[in-house]
Design a protein around this ligand. Sequence first.
Ligand code: ADP
Ligand code: ADP
Length: 228
Amino acid sequence: MIRFDQVNKTYLGGFLALKQVSFQIAPGEMAFLTGHSGAGKSTLLKLISLMEKPSSGTIHINNQDLAQVGYRQVPYMRRHIGMIFQNHNLLMDRTVFDNVALPLIIEGYSQKEIRKRVDAALDKVHLGNKQKSFPNMLSGGEQQRVGIARAIVNKPPILLADEPTGNLDPKLSLEIIKLFEEFNSVGVSVLIATHDLGLIARMRYRTLTLRAGNMINDGLVDGLQPDD
Ligand code: ADP
Ligand code: ADP
């Protein structure tokens, strides 16, 4: 489903952000991606979501080599990937309903279909009663759940999250991860970038660890210690 082979990413100016990174995420798998700030986590997620291109190496998503994807196909490929951000990127002057509807409006769905899908997405994140609220009327955890509803509203088979619990306390963080587990339990592949080692230790999922652009560990992490 997601496969990196010997992927390097050099940014303009020559900074090597990812070095010979190889891994696979199977369909329906859930994993964490960790490492210190600057280790390359966001870069790795941006390569999967076609927001950046690798400098060398190959990336396959759903058996499709991303190097073969023409720019006209990029929006189509991205539909398979839901992205969740730390600051949730919500439009503050739009209601919760309108925020979640956005990806469907862009894709030209009918009003009726939009209503149905947004209802379903908001129910899944337990916010069915907040459709008419504006984001600034909601708590941080609720805002993050709106961001999740927007990411899953067109039912992508892959969910990527970049520090989704960055602004949340441990209890709310756990609630967000439990939502990801619910999507994962119906077959969605989930990759969560986080530097919250406490959260990773509690959840016991496969964990990919980056350090200065190198993949230094891939597996369950026991007795995690911040290493520097
Ligand atoms: P993380 O998400 O683990 O904090 P990033 O992937 O954001 O790491 O960044 C990895 C490294 O690449 C950092 O040193 C960062 O400064 C650099 N970097 C990220 N984006 C760019 C960019 N657009 N141009 C140049 N350097 C970048
Ligand atoms: P630009 O290169 O002009 O920044 P992009 O096409 O890379 O534009 O992305 C624009 C915005 O679309 C991003 O900031 C992000 O919020 C959103 N986006 C990009 N890819 C995805 C995705 N796979 N899922 C959800 N949102 C995405």
